[in-house]
Design a binder for this molecule. Sequence first.
Ligand code: ADP
Ligand code: ZN
Length: 709
Amino acid sequence: MDSNSAPLTILKKHFGFDTFRPMQEEIILSVLNGKNCLVIMPTGGGKSICFQIPAIMQEGTFIVVSPLIALMKDQVESLKANGIEAAFINSTQNFHEEKEQLSRLNDGKIKLLYLSPEKLQNRAMYDQLKSIKISGFAIDEAHCISTWGHDFREEYSKLHFLKDKWPDVPIVALTATADKITRRDIQKQLKIDDSKIYITSFDRPNLSLQVLPGQKVYQQVKKIVARHRGESGIIYCLSRKSCEEVSAKLNSDGYNSAFYHAGIETKNRSKTQEDFIKDNVPIIVATIAFGMGIDKSNIRFVIHYNLPKNIEGYYQEIGRGGRDGLPCETVMFYSFRDVMILRDFAEESKQKEIQLAKLKRIQQYAEAEVCRRKILLTYFGEDLKEDCGNCDVCNNPPNVEDATITIQKGLSAIVRLKEKVGIGTLIDVVRGSQKSYLFQNGYNQIKTFGAGKDISYTDWQHYILQMLHHGYIEIAYDQNHVLKITEAGNEVLFNGRQVKLVKPHDAKDGFQPYLKPEPQKTQKQEFEEGLFESLRKLRKQIADSKGVPPYVVFSDASLKEMAADHPINSQEMSLISGVGDFKLEEYGEVFIVEIQKYLANSEVNNSSIRGKTYLQTLKLIKESKTIPEIAKARNIHENTVYSHLAYLVEKNLIKDINSFLSNEEIVLIQAAIKTIGNDEALKPIFDHLEEKIGYGKIKLVVSYGKVNG
Ligand code: ADP
Ligand code: ZN
């Protein structure tokens, strides 16, 4: 138990990360204070740590309820790989396996126990749980509790018994589904009405967004996979048949792919999923049946061969890419044929109205001429102020004009119509149509009647679409699709917020997507490809020998950082993001040896490669750049910059450290070194300084001390 450390220390020690992502720390502190909470973060946002760290820090066992049985094993493996005692109990285990886990549980050995909701409600299990100390409950995929959500599970609806039976144990409910009705439902059903709701941004800036016309799709797909050779990716298709066909074509074109859909035997499906997770097969061509149980962090592209059914599903599917924070390319193909097929599906469904409306929204997304990320975030209730710069529209923007006055007319009409009409009526009103229903309802009496008659009906449609995309208005699907004004809309109407929209005549030809034959710009990365490949191979060997997925050993992000920074001793290795104490101990040495081997070999061919990364930092120092500037320019951590400085000091390439640290910092660190000593480990010094000064700075002073006696 680590009850005396701060959450940040645990984060570094067990997970190897230097900083919390937004809200993680607040959530952790609130759980530690015994408070219930509801966490809403996008897929890949980092929900798990919010309950894992409190679990590590507290006495007893934290119970994690998850409907995704297939995921439990990998989640437990990932925790164990970080030196955290975890276990799962679900229907995939036999009697003996379950018994073994129960005895570990009784011995108080388990910090995190993953349970399926069925197991949790089992009488014997209940008795078990009553006999141990429980530090908290995490309800993962909490939206499954709501019949309103898209993934209702019967067993979830009984979870209200947790608060009845354990009134003082905090509950953390987590989901990536944000809508307000589901949110309220979760609170009500779990009996945590008092819970604070933590919502982070749904933005995933590392996912690039692109929509291409659905013609000659396979040819276009081939180009995309070609620029991701050897990398993992998912291709979503609408039908089972096309999954099989596309996969076969890819294989005959020399790519290694497999297909996955609900029509395949469970056994084979699990095998395909495992092959993907373990990096044996890089490309999966699948229906949306694939992905729920996938926690793989290094998916580098997600393609939608067909138009998805709705924005929620689409966003969740692309969200499976780039969980490690590295770039992921996403491309959707859009054709009218798909729209027709999906319309038919919707017509037959039980929630016909809603499905059709949602289809319309994704269609609007596909046809949009404004920043696509803005549209997505608006849909989830966020107001992104700047265009994103990482979507096809941003990279090739259409013509815009100041449309503030026009939009104000539209908004004003909505207000005067008391937010009770839909798009068609609104246009009729602003255009001053003579249709009889307008007169019957007295709409001809309102002040804005006919205020926009100089604009054609289709151009108004075009403007209203953009108003929706920009988030000035929203459609109330549950109230006959009437238009409502948002906060941002009120700002335009009452505070004169300026609005720039695409000129309609530029878009008259309809959908004009931007073909991009060039590889997408990826984030700046300065790592050695060759070294990255060697490290990947090493990771795969280790993973296979342990029977775990490669990303459990290290993420792509960690390997790329190693390939950029060349850590060659355990101090340097500990600075790499994702390298916690346990992994350092377990794998540090073999990876260091691999890096040294690579550097030694490269030296024969390229004598400048060793130290190259340090020399680049030196060059920037000589240009009088500050440490934050260097970190930003090189896309590395400030900590890493400090460790470069330490290396440069040791090599006598930098003589003075006063300009990098404050006097106070130097004095404090030197005093700590005096008390603790300066052999290998920096951690005792870090602790002695009450975690107030980062490892990089400490290392710099240690190196300086070594050189200067
Ligand atoms: P979610 O459950 O929200 O989909 P996860 O908890 O699986 O997301 O986290 C997604 C990824 O982000 C994981 O690979 C995880 O290790 C990483 N991650 C989480 N928190 C941090 C952090 N503070 N710093 C760096 N990486 C993090
Ligand atoms: Zn954009």
